[in-house]
Design a protein around this ligand. Structure first.
Ligand code: GDP
Ligand code: MG
Length: 162
């Protein structure tokens, strides 16, 4: 089964997107101790596409000095388990230094990466979406995980990879 890892810094809407894709079809990742609780895996449906999706969680509690290392380890772990990564930024915040770190990790990994700017409902996300092109990771998919917008664009970007 094609597996997509949703990655990005805390609070960009990864879990909201995960929940939208998975609904109630949630399973826990049975994996390495200690990492398990920080990764959630579920059976995703997006239109006619079916795939496995991984949510990276557990970073929200980290202190500033432990965040970067944990982010890196967890992200690398999720990406290693996946066929592709969906890198999510917050369109309302624009690209942050933390987002740049994620972009570097993902570039180094060499896996296929889709880039999404979430919270893009309304006009408040327009500048952030534009900024996201500067990450050099290709096209930016505008999403609103909370309102279910951009899902057809996400499906169109995913389809050639699956
Ligand atoms: P995570 O830490 O990346 O998993 O982010 P969460 O999914 O927990 O979401 C963080 C916050 O952003 C929550 O308050 C969500 O309700 C909010 N959020 C998620 N998606 C959207 C969206 O599309 N638009 C807006 N405006 N808020 C969102
Ligand atoms: Mg989360």
């Amino acid at each position: 089964m094609f597996t997509l890892a949703i990655v990005g810094r805390p609070n960009v809407g990864k879990s909201t997107l995960f929940n939208r894709l998975v609904g109630k079809r949630l399973a826990l990742v049975d994996d390495q101790p200690g990492v398990t609780r920080d990764l959630r895996e579920g059976a995703a449906r997006l239109g006619d596409l079916k795939f496995t999706v991984i949510d990276t969680a557990g970073l929200e509690e980290a202190t500033d000095d432990s965040l970067q290392g944990r982010m890196r380890r967890l992200t690398e772990r999720a990406v290693d388990m996946a066929d592709a990564a969906l890198f999510v930024i917050d369109a309302r915040m624009g690209v942050t230094p933390s987002d740049q770190i994620f972009a570097d990790i993902l570039r180094r990994k060499g896996h296929p990466v889709l880039l999404a700017a979430n919270k893009a409902e309304g006009r408040a996300g327009e500048a952030g979406m534009f900024e996201a092109y500067g990450l050099g990771l290709g096209d930016v998919i505008g999403l609103s995980a909370e309102h279910g917008e951009g899902m057809a664009d996400l499906a169109a970007a995913l389809r050639p990879l699956i």
